[in-house]
Design a protein around this ligand. Structure first.
Ligand code: ADP
Ligand code: MG
Length: 295
């Protein structure tokens, strides 16, 4: 008997002792069908990617969920609503070079969306870029009438042109985040699989309920997506179990595993769906896209 020449290298997708009918959230696996193709486009459903903690995968999820939804034939606009401009960078745009950004739309009534919106390298996905100017907008808006509705006013004329608009929020629950929630139909909360990750979620939920009550009654929590899951650690599984216990059906079945491919895509300035199209990370975001479109 000879050994096979080479064993294919398979990335683990489930912990070794996990019953195969359960997914990484510990619940029975679900299939999410490909979404039906669209004959007509718009008006857009607006989804804010929100968590006041930094480094949890908001920007990564905005880029890759957006790109995956665009692959399914939807028209997607991603909005960089973080003064750091990481979403713009992650899509290969240097935000410091831009003359016009979402800031100008917020502050100057005579600027139109199509003067600011950029095409990305992903077919069907556009970018409304942002940069450090946004922090000045936050200060200027404080004294304005209808200050919470400024982004909603900016996005309103764009709704007919898109099927989905994703807003990448900054890590805070300040006025910019409230503007994103006021403009949104739904919120997706990326949550890293680390101890204490859950701690801030109660505060975030409280903010969401306040916005729901006072400013935007149509706002819904779309779901919580677990990110940076490490299949090799018991730790990730424990955190996952607690998250599912706390938030139940609100937790997406799709779990995003930790892989160095994501930091690589930041450098490359493109989504994982094009950078490493056959990778498990790309497959995960495609599944999340199907799950979001099915909800
Ligand atoms: P946020 O927008 O919430 O601050 P990011 O999406 O910018 O978070 O992610 C923070 C860092 O973690 C980035 O360098 C990103 O490349 C990396 N990252 C995001 N998701 C993953 C993942 N699933 N596995 C490994 N690294 C990730
Ligand atoms: Mg970010």
């Amino acid at each position: 008997m000879s050994e096979p020449m080479s064993e294919p290298v398979v990335e683990p997708t489930l912990p070794p002792d996990q019953p195969s009918n359960l997914d990484l959230t510990g619940r029975p696996q679900q299939e999410f069908p490909d979404p039906p193709s669209l004959a007509v486009h718009g008006p857009a459903r607006v989804i804010a990617l929100c968590n006041q903690k930094g480094g949890v995968g908001k920007t990564t999820t905005t880029i890759n969920l957006g790109a995956a939804i665009a692959e399914y034939g939807r028209r997607v606009l991603v909005v960089d609503f973080d003064p750091q401009g990481s979403l713009s960078v992650g899509l290969g745009v240097n935000p410091h070079d831009l003359e016009l950004t979402v800031y100008n739309l917020l502050m100057q009534r005579d600027i139109k969306g199509d003067e600011v919106i950029l095409k990305t390298n992903v077919a069907g996905m556009d970018l409304l870029p942002g940069n450090i100017d946004l922090s000045a907008a936050e200060v200027a808006l404080v004294s304005e009438v209808g200050r919470e509705q400024s982004l909603a006013r900016v996005l309103a004329p764009m709704l007919p042109d898109y099927d989905i608009i994703l807003i990448d929020c900054q890590p805070s629950l300040g006025l910019l985040a409230v503007n994103a929630l006021a403009a949104a139909d739904g919120v997706i909360i990326p949550l890293e699989c680390e101890f204490f990750a859950q701690r801030g979620v109660a505060l975030l939920m409280e903010t969401i309920y306040k916005v729901q009550e006072r400013i935007n009654t149509r706002l819904e929590v779309e779901g919580i997506v677990a990110t940076m899951y490490d299949v090799r650690t018991v730790h990730s599984r424990e955190v996952m179990a607690r998250v599912v216990q706390a938030f139940g059906d609100k937790v997406f079945h799709t779990v995003i595993s930790r892989t160095v491919k994501f930091p690589e895509t930041n450098v490359a300035g493109e989504p994982i769906t094009t950078y490493a199209t056959g990778s498990p990370g790309a497959a995960a975001y495609r599944q999340l896209a199907r799950e979001v479109l099915a909800r």
